[in-house]
Design a protein around this ligand. Structure first.
Ligand code: SAM
Length: 292
């Protein structure tokens, strides 16, 4: 295990480069060898895999992943960390650090290059101790980006982890739950205490594994329409599904909407937050037959 899990060494390294952690970039560095091992171990990396790491920080996870993977490509937004990473990863030939914003990075291009299309290529693995300020947009960017990844192991706020795995009808269940489960299987792996970071974050964390589905969890005629149904249903949580969708699809008359809900097996007086993915999909299929 590298010296990057020793708090005193991490502090020395930061002092040597005059580096101070920036809260605005979610910079809380992991300094616990056991958690580092557990995260890297959960990604199922083999010697044939390419790992994309989002936000390598000082390189603690990068080093461990690089010891197993064929190649690691790490995207780091903070210019000040680049010379530090050049030092901490200097002995590793299979690591490439790219300075950039992960939210604006095309991960397929990063892995396969400019002209290489991904069909038939080996899917990659994504690993991240995510900067908390962009957790949701980054997850959605990755899931909606059409990227050829198979597994994403990430440390996120405990509260967001609960939302990803929430069941219909619970307070944590929402449009993020539906969006993530539509594209991926979700596993809550373990909790992480805030004491294993420098500096200590204000929230507890958890590690989750998303396994991308070969095809979406439910069959929908039109993905955009499906997500319009989902957003419409959760946008007004206190309304019945009939009223919430009546506002979101105001060109569909009330009786027709009621028929679609009944045909989908959804009682119009229910609240949107109690609906399963399959029920949202059945409504979207019913609406697809009508002009919007
Ligand atoms: N992986 C390291 C670790 O586990 O100690 C650092 C994790 S730290 C929570 C998040 C890292 O993501 C920081 O290095 C931060 O600079 C970087 N980061 C923040 N926003 C980013 C973005 N939009 N794109 C890429 N990296 C980002």
């Amino acid at each position: 295990m590298s010296e990057l899990t020793m708090p005193s060494q991490v502090k020395n390294l930061m002092a040597k480069y005059g580096f101070s952690c920036r809260k605005s970039l979610g910079q809380n560095f992991l300094v616990d060898a056991n958690i580092v091992n557990k995260i890297v171990g959960s990604a199922g990396i083999t010697g044939n895999d390419t790992v994309v790491e989002i936000g390598p920080g000082l390189g603690v996870l990068t080093r461990e992943a690089a010891a197993i993977a064929r190649r690691v490509v790490a995207v780091e937004i903070d210019r000040q960390l680049i010379p530090i990473l050049q030092e901490t990863l200097a002995d590793l030939e299979n690591v490439q650090v790219v300075r950039g914003d992960a939210l604006e990075t095309d991960l397929n291009r990063l892995v396969y290059g400019e002209n290489c299309s991904h069909p038939g290529s080996r899917p990659f693995i994504i690993m991240a101790n995510l900067p908390y300020y962009i957790t949701t947009p980054l997850i959605l960017h990755i899931l909606n980006g059409g990227y050829n990844f198979k597994v994403m192991v990430m440390m996120i706020q405990h509260e967001v982890a609960r939302r990803l795995g929430a069941a219909p009808g619970t307070k944590d269940y929402g449009s993020l739950t539906v969006a993530v489960n539509y594209h991926a299987g979700v596993e809550f792996l373990f909790q992480v205490s805030r004491t294993v970071f420098i500096p200590k974050p204000e929230v507890d964390s958890a590690v989750v594994r998303l396994t991308r589905r070969e095809k979406p969890a439910v069959d929908v005629p039109n993905q955009e329409l499906f997500f319009k149904v989902v957003r419409g249903s959760f946008g007004q949580r206190r309304k019945t599904i009939q009223n919430a969708l009546g506002s979101a699809f105001n060109s569909v008359d009330r009786a027709a909407l009621s028929d679609i809900l009944n045909a989908a097996g959804v009682e119009p007086g229910r609240r949107g937050e109690t609906l399963s993915l399959e029920e949202f999909a059945r409504i979207a299929r019913g609406l697809a037959g009508l002009p919007e």
